[in-house]
Design a protein around this ligand. Sequence first.
Ligand SMILES: [Zn+2]
Ligand SMILES: [Zn+2]
Length: 275
Amino acid sequence: AAELEAICHAAGGVFVPAHSFTPHKSVYGSCARRMTDVFPPEAWARIPAIELGLSADSDLADRISELRDKTFLSNSDAHSLPRIAREYNLLEMHEATHEEFLRALRREDGRTVVGNFGLDPRLGKYHRTRCEECDWIATQPPPVLFCEHCESEKVTVGVLDRIHEIADTPGPAPPEHRPPYRYQIPLQFVPKVGGVRLNRLLNRFGSEMAVLHEASPQALAQTVGTEIADLIVRAREGRLVVQPGGGGRYGRAFADVSRAQMRLPGLVAREGQEG
Ligand SMILES: [Zn+2]
Ligand SMILES: [Zn+2]
């Protein structure tokens, strides 16, 4: 990683570690407990930001004190067209240029990331530890580092578990510059929103963001009926029950606990989420 950063720097690039906590191929997930163990000081000073990945959020990353000065990005992968912008950043810039973007990453003269919009991290593919032998997925308090069902140590360690393992603060310690991180539950995760209804919503409101954040409950109900409108509003307000993902499988959102089948510690709707 240090060599790659040096090559990037020599070519005039700016290096930002991506999905920094995921179990396969990431700095914290599969290399080191500290970025400063990987990057020499001059390289670490040049790195303006880290990208959080789907299974983490700012509060989780703010449990690692070496990240205090770094800007957090919540980017989506570009692997498939419909998933582009399921996570994104709101930027304060004077104009939409590459130069201004870099200044925002460095938080120069008022340029900054003013908001992160991302998946509820529990829905991410690698949020909790999952057993590769028996498919068991951890629900116990983190960190869980082996399978408590078959006792195998062949597990894919979850991002939540990994962060608890390497954290050096007892709770989130966000610096003053850290902007709010707003959860969003993409429509494909909302119960009962299938392809037909998804298209109807997109045709009516123009974009998934407009459906998730702006459309009124009445307008939603006119388009897809009151039951689904209610589910979309509950997704917006963080009032769906979420079963965490792990080991490459996404988490799932349910209308209520009875539908989520089991009463597990992880299956608690987040009430009163800000924003
Ligand atoms: Zn990726
Ligand atoms: Zn197992």
